[in-house]
Design a protein around this ligand. Structure first.
Ligand SMILES: Nc1nc2c(ncn2[C@@H]2O[C@H](COP(=O)(O)OP(=O)(O)O)[C@@H](O)[C@H]2O)c(=O)[nH]1
Ligand SMILES: [Mg+2]
Length: 334
């Protein structure tokens, strides 16, 4: 799967071949990154699910289902989904002796269906710069995710301009500047405490002026009040669309996977007000509660586009529901 769609003329076949092999390499690397992101969740599940079984298998009865439920909810998947999985296992296997593999196969199928989503590549502008706005609470991983996205685009031969729209915190502009230098892209900054909408405006203007492919706008995660923040995000959107009517083409909400259920209440605040088009689930590598993806997919009508699996600029993977469910329970497969 190409990780983005844009209608362009066909390339010469040699470059198409190159692209295909780069894509294959990327897929393989992204399988590795997914495992890296889910290693803690897998370690937890592998130990606790294994403990439910004896060598000769275990009888599926009320006791077993209660134990299994307790393990599943610890991944933060929520009571509803854990109950659904246990009911399915009860109805498929009740009064039979089962081995771990039998149960895992069913759990994986259920999880896949709980988190399934249509293939949702990023939307790119048909022509001119694509503008991506990144929102989320302080510390969720916005600035780092922007660096990762920029790195991905640059590796893909695109030219990127960043807008340091989190003018609320001095360190935020500095942090993004360091990343811009590291990944090799231009950055547009304003004064600390200045108007973030004017930074966003200048960043988009710069992208237009230099015919850049992508403009990514960072935003504040916290202001004096939530209302102020939402108004500010609204204003940023307005000034962006003044220059490019369809922009921002994507508004990505960054959620902190280690925040567990809190990530969900964070999402609620932003997803309505900020006009989000997708989610980046950051810091998956830092938690054994990777099951949080389930309520995130269930409770928001937003596709998960990327997952963050570490602090480096290469630690970003495209979200793939099927591979995600596999990697939660099995780290040996590609
Ligand atoms: N382990 C890990 N740490 C991350 C990830 N994404 C961000 N972080 C760290 O989380 C902290 C906050 O990230 P930052 O991008 O500054 O968040 P922001 O306030 O939303 O911009 C930093 O220390 C990052 O290095 C990730 O995917 N995995
Ligand atoms: Mg930041």
């Amino acid at each position: 799967m190409a990780w983005f769609t844009r209608k362009t003329e066909d390339k010469a076949s040699s470059s198409a071949e190159q692209a295909a092999s780069a894509d294959a390499a990327n897929r393989q690397a992204s399988g590795g990154r997914l495992k890296q992101g889910l290693a803690k969740t897998w370690q937890f599940l592998n130990t606790d699910v294994r403990d439910l079984f004896k060598d000769e298998g275990r009888l599926v009865d009320e006791d077993f289902l209660r134990d299994l439920y307790a393990v599943l909810v610890k991944t933060d998947m929520g009571g509803g989904p854990a109950d659904r999985i246990c009911k399915r296992i009860g109805s498929d296997f009740r009064a039979r002796k089962v081995h771990m593999g039998d149960i895992l196969d069913v759990i994986k199928v259920e999880i896949k269906s709980l988190i399934a989503q249509p293939d949702e590549p990023l939307q790119f502008a048909a022509s001119g710069p694509t503008v991506i706005m990144v929102v989320g609470v302080n510390g969720s991983g916005k600035t780092t995710s922007i660096a990762k996205l920029a790195r991905r685009f640059i590796d893909d031969g695109k030219r990127v301009v960043l807008g340091a729209g989190d003018t609320f915190r001095a360190a935020a502009v500095e942090q993004l500047s360091i990343w811009a230098q590291r990944v090799g892209c231009e950055i547009v900054k304003g004064k600390q405490g200045g108007d973030p909408a004017s930074v966003a405006f200048s960043a988009v203007a710069r992208a237009l002026e230099t015919s850049a492919d992508i403009c990514i706008v960072d935003t504040a995660g916290r202001l004096q009040t939530q209302t102020n923040l939402m108004q500010q995000l609204e204003k940023i959107r307005r000034v962006i669309s003044k220059q490019i009517p369809e922009a921002p083409h994507e508004t990505l909400l960054v959620l902190d996977a280690t925040a567990g259920q809190n990530a969900i209440s964070q999402a609620r605040g932003f997803s309505e007000a900020a006009g989000c088009t997708g989610i980046i689930l950051a810091k998956l590598d830092g938690t054994a509660k990777g099951g949080v993806i389930i309520p995130i997919r269930q409770q928001f009508n937003l596709p998960v586009k990327f997952i963050g699996v570490g602090e480096k600029d290469t630690d970003l993977a495209i979200f793939d529901a099927e591979k995600f469910a596999e990697a939660m329970f099995d780290q040996s497969k590609k």
